[in-house]
Design a protein around this ligand. Structure first.
Ligand code: KIV
Length: 272
């Protein structure tokens, strides 16, 4: 295992598998628009996820279920126009792949063709195996997503940690193996015990990217708006905040309002 950081001009699905083999951790963040994607990409992130969390973060919905395929394509196209280096992965939204493999393939093709993204992500295990196969057969790279899969929130009934019980943990291990064997290039594990996540990461050759899954996996993903502290009502234990943008932005807006009201803005140098 080498600790030297390799410089990659462009991240591909193969780069991620190489990174796992070399023991280099993978960094992944979400983006839904051009401006954010440009900053995240130039900061050197490996993977940008156009997550269906856009449904919560951008549109204010309570869950990820309402976002549509057209809306995901709009967000993904904006992100793709900004990036120079990162791999762009796009979530297939709820209702665009669950009914049958043909529908799943049609949705994945629309995302790839209309947005220019590099890969798609689907939530689920054995129940979506045929859809994953169909998408892979068309040459579209697939990232899996197991554990707390937010599109199934009404089945779970809660956002608490998944796979704490033996039966669910065994099923998750089987599903991870299936995703590897079927040909997925990586898998996201969301909110599962760290010990289980590490065991899964050690048992498969494709990268396991965790969110609330501990440090024993091959990479980490966070929702950018959460790690920047823009969303301050949401405080799960796994979230590390790198900024307090909610308060910083509030101060900036209040400064602007006050300057406008007082007539201080614009001053003589800020006009023509
Ligand atoms: O939609 C999303 O942002 C995600 C991540 C939380 C993994 O799926």
């Amino acid at each position: 295992m080498s600790t030297a950081k390799k410089e990659y001009k462009r991240i591909t699905t193969k780069t991620l598998v190489d990174m796992k083999q070399n023991g280099e951790k993978i960094s992944m963040l979400t983006a839904y628009d051009f401006t954010m994607a440009k900053i995240v990409d130039s900061a050197g992130i490996d993977v940008i996820l156009v997550g269906d969390s856009a449904s919560n973060v951008m549109a204010g919905h309570e869950t990820t279920l309402p976002i549509t395929l057209d809306q995901m394509i709009y967000h993904a196209s904006s992100v793709v126009r900004a990036i120079e280096r990162s791999l762009v992965v796009v979530d297939l939204p709820f209702g665009s792949y669950q009914s049958d493999p043909k529908e799943a393939l049609r949705s994945a093709i629309r995302i790839m063709k209309e947005s220019g993204a590099h890969a798609v992500k689907l939530e689920g295990g054995k129940e979506i195996k045929e859809s994953i196969k169909r998408i892979l057969n068309a040459g579209i790279p697939v990232m899996g997503h197991l554990g707390l899969t937010p599109q199934s929130i009404y089945k779970f009934g809660t956002y608490t940690v998944r796979a704490k019980e033996e039966e669910e943990a065994e099923q998750l291990k089987e599903d991870a193996l299936m995703l590897e064997k079927t040909g997925c290039f990586a898998v996201v594990l969301e909110k599962v015990p760290a010990k289980l996540a590490e065991e899964v990461a050690k048992s498969i050759s494709i990268p396991v990217i965790g969110i609330g899954a501990g440090g024993g996996v091959d990479g980490q993903v966070l929702v950018t708006h959460d790690m920047l502290g823009m969303t301050h009502e949401f405080s799960p234990r796994f979230l590390r905040r790198y900024l307090d943008l909610y308060n910083e932005m509030t101060k900036a807006f209040q400064g602007y309002i006050s300057d406008v009201k007082s007539g201080d803005f614009p001053n003589s140098k800020e006009q023509y």
